[in-house]
Design a protein around this ligand. Structure first.
Ligand code: TYD
Ligand code: MG
Length: 450
């Protein structure tokens, strides 16, 4: 059988026929590694088997989903665990993936699902210790400590659990792949085996993957399209909040989030994230704006904070946490070009409170408001929420789910909202709506003529 030698970027998974110092695809340096030779695949046989073909309308009951009883987790999964699905849970080392999945395994097991937790990182005694600390020692979860994937698959085949958790993919190795555990080829081959096993045997498999510094799941993005569902577990080190985010889900909405809090006895659900994200808010400080956002199917209110200060650098600082820095650049440019408010010579710091990350364009208006409020040293009314997308012309564009945003704001005691005109506000009881056509009108109304 012909063997093809290859080199693969360990960050983005791009392949090269020969080694190079820099990956042209993602721009990383020194990330290209030699992969174990790939087999060219089996020789085509003269005649293949015919596979059964059914039509789309064939009546088959949708697979029943299994609930864990942890509401935040079930929602992110799209309403519970789908049998025979492969789920990737990625996150920084130490963020709490093992804790979350041990708790999930215990909950599923208590609901009658047969669960196996295979740890390649910790000894069984260590996992048991953690379970004791979490008060889960009585949950009927099968425990294994192994890194040889062949042995694990044999065990899973014999045990036939409904759910198997593999913690983590970086520690697993297959004997027919030459490179070390954690290398691109091992991770890819091991994940492929697990995903195939999940589909063939009807076992839901959760694969834990550590994320590299660059933010890709180490042994790289290739994993993301092999699995059905990709969940990221994120949070700031200094904060106790953890957010489980579905970035891909074949069985539910993507962008759904579950919010947890890391406590002394494990992760606990946060049922009202808006209240949590706003809990440390000081009343009416300049530079603070409350954004009424939507995460997945749920409205979530967050505080955007800005600080603007004279810079002594040639190129002033633009520091952002929780928002795309390109978006900040665009908003600053629109403020300057359309409203005549320059930020040259000023350092700008922008931050989403509580360790949230906002990717919705609807946050534009709240970002602009925080920036202006910081620059002008004028506080935004503390009972006001803002949302709306800013176009390059400076116009405000309506965004989706206006009614839900307003309802959540009203529920949390806000009484005014600034939003784009032509928004479908529906019934927003108790909310005083200020609809604005463009950013200039907003600046004029909030901060005088600007
Ligand atoms: P862990 O689940 O081991 O992280 P990962 O598997 O993602 O690497 O979580 C480890 C961190 O969680 C560790 O810093 C301690 C903290 N922790 C708590 O605060 N409370 C707890 O009850 C547990 C089990 C862990
Ligand atoms: Mg772990």
């Amino acid at each position: 059988m012909a063997k093809l030698k290859g080199f693969t970027c360990s960050v983005c998974g791009a392949t090269y026929p020969r080694w190079a110092g820099k990956c042209d695809a993602c721009g990383s340096w020194n990330s290209i590694l030699e992969e174990a030779p790939l087999s060219a695949g089996p020789k085509p046989t003269a005649k293949g088997r015919t596979i059964p073909i059914t039509d789309l309308a064939t009546e088959e009951a949708p697979p029943p989903r299994a609930g864990s009883g942890i509401g935040e987790l079930d929602r992110v999964l799209g309403g519970g665990l789908v049998p025979a699905s492969a789920i990737l849970v990625g996150g920084d080392p130490g963020i709490g993936k093992s804790t979350l999945l041990l708790q999930a395994a215990a909950s599923f097991a208590r609901n009658g699902l047969k669960c196996l937790y295979i740890s390649g990182e910790e000894a069984a005694a260590q996992v048991r210790m953690r379970a004791q600390r979490l008060g889960l020692q009585s949950a009927p979860v099968g425990l294994g400590a192994e890194t040889n994937l062949r042995d694990i698959l044999t065990t899973l085949d014999a045990e036939r659990p409904a759910l198997a958790i593999i913690d983590s993919i970086q520690t697993m190795w297959l004997d027919n792949v030459e490179s070390a555990p954690g290398s691109v080829s091992q991770v890819r081959a091991a994940a492929h085996e697990l995903v195939t096993f999940a589909k063939r045997r009807g076992v839901a498999v959760v694969i834990v993957g550590h994320v590299t510094k660059e933010g890709a799941i180490a042994g790289p993005r290739v994993l993301e399209h092999m699995v059905d569902t990709v969940l990221y577990f994120e949070g700031e080190r200094g904060h106790q909040f953890r957010i489980l985010r579905a970035v891909k889900n074949r069985f539910g909405p993507a962008d759904e989030i579950g919010v947890f809090e890391m406590t002394g006895d494990g992760l606990s659900e946060v049922l009202n994230p808006s209240a949590l994200f706003l809990s440390d808010r000081e009343a009416a400080t300049p530079g603070s704006a409350v954004f009424a956002g939507i995460e997945g199917t749920r409205p979530v209110l967050t505080e955007v904070q800005a600080l603007v200060a004279p810079s002594n650098l040639g190129t002033p600082r633009r520091t952002v946490v929780g928002i795309d820095s390109g978006r900040l650049g665009t908003i600053l440019a629109v403020l300057e070009a359309r409203c005549g408010i320059p930020f040259t010579g000023l350092d700008v710091f922008l931050n989403v409170a509580g360790g949230m990350r906002i990717s919705e364009p609807a946050a534009d208006l709240a970002i602009a408001a925080a920036l202006l409020s910081a620059r002008e040293d004028v506080a935004i009314p503390p009972d006001m929420v803002l949302f709306g997308e800013i176009s390059l012309s400076g116009a405000l564009r309506p965004v989706g789910q206006t009614e839900n945003r307003l309802k959540e704001a009203a529920k949390l005691g806000f009484s005014q909202a600034t939003l784009p005109s032509r928004s479908k506000a529906g019934q927003a009881e108790g909310m005083n709506l200020r609809e604005m056509a463009d950013l200039t009108a907003f600046v004029g109304e909030m901060f005088g003529a600007g």
